[in-house]
Write a protein that binds this ligand. Structure first.
Ligand code: C2E
Ligand code: MG
Ligand code: MG
Ligand code: MG
Length: 285
């Protein structure tokens, strides 16, 4: 059946081109680490109260040699499919912890790193994380791992249990866990009960809808999430804040932390050094 499908697709030029592009990217991605084509950008997480940077999120960038940058939305899924996310994810952790050490030492800032389900299913993941922290002499409390509920959808119940125990183990060591893109899945609340998490990141779609014409429902939902998180002792970060109006609404709801272009886009490490010496952003509300 699938062979038949493939045969038909071969005659569709657009699909054929898409598949060749996919193959090119897969080949390229295999060499990306060795060729030094990967870099990290960092996006500040700021306090809505005083504009201070409390954390930075590491966001992976890939520019193939002689080519244009490829978007993470395009290459991360390929890295996951091929398993390349395991070595690439380790590279990200290593680099993020190396960069974060001085930020943590001088400003108490933590670093957050996105991880895929594929990485968490790897037997050696927790040892690898603890090893990286030790090598860079970064305390466990300085690292936050971001997971999504969607990554659990692809796993069997047994795998989900394994992932939960890996996360719980890391958490016992002091590493914190953030639930990313919260509110976009079908069972967000159920995951909140089963997953060992410390930080809730409210998805950008909520922020965007807050200042759109029909915002009453979004407003009620967002407020309820912020309050629920507060009563569960979770830190709440709202994603994708682009305007002062959005920042003001969220601050009045009691949301403590935010991320978004209003404060800073993701920037290279040296720009974080610069930002840390700047006066904090002060126009909230
Ligand atoms: P994410 O973890 O939810 O990261 C937030 C995304 O929103 C980033 O896109 C960021 O650049 C973007 N963003 C931040 N503020 C704003 C804003 O105000 N407005 C808008 N429109 N966008 C904003 P980016 O860097 O393209 O990353 C996309 C996704 O790729 C990430 O979503 C994450 O799921 C994944 N990703 C990135 N780096 C890694 C990594 O090292 N490992 C893994 N496994 N996934 C990664
Ligand atoms: Mg994230
Ligand atoms: Mg997110
Ligand atoms: Mg997102």
């Amino acid at each position: 059946k699938s062979a038949g499908k493939n045969q038909i697709a071969t005659f569709d030029p657009a699909l054929r081109e898409a598949r060749m592009e996919h193959a090119r990217l897969t080949t390229g991605l295999r060499q990306a680490i060795a060729q030094n084509e990967l870099t990290l950008n960092y996006q500040p997480v700021v306090s809505l109260g005083n504009g201070e940077i409390t954390a930075v999120e590491a966001l992976l960038r890939w520019t193939p040699e002689g080519g244009k940058p490829v978007r993470p939305d395009v290459f991360i899924p390929i890295a996951e499919e091929t398993g390349l996310i395991v070595p690439i994810g380790l590279w990200v952790l290593e680099q993020a912890c190396a960069d974060a050490r001085r930020w943590h030492e001088e400003y108490g800032i933590s670093v957050t790193v996105n991880v895929s389900g594929r990485q968490l299913r790897d037997e050696s993941f927790s040892d690898a994380v603890l090893g990286v922290l030790e090598r860079h002499r970064l305390p466990e409390q300085a690292l936050v791992l971001e997971i999504t509920e969607s990554m659990l959808l692809a796993t069997t119940p047994a795998e989900t249990q394994r992932i939960i125990s890996v996360l719980a183990l890391l958490r016992e060591h002091g590493v914190r866990i953030a639930l990313d893109d919260f509110g976009t899945g079908y069972s967000s609340l159920a995951y909140l009960r089963t997953l060992p998490v410390d930080v809730l990141k409210i998805d950008r779609s909520f922020t965007t809808a807050l200042t759109e014409a029909d915002h009453h429902q979004t407003h009620a939902f967002t407020k309820a999430i912020v309050e629920l998180a507060g009563s569960l002792n979770l830190r709440t970060v709202v994603e994708g804040v682009e305007s002062g109006e959005q920042a003001g609404i969220l601050q009045r709801m009691g949301c403590p932390l935010a991320q978004g272009y209003l404060f800073s886009p993701p920037v290279p490490a040296h720009r974080i050094d610069d930002l840390l010496h700047l006066t904090p952003w002060q126009d909230a509300a």
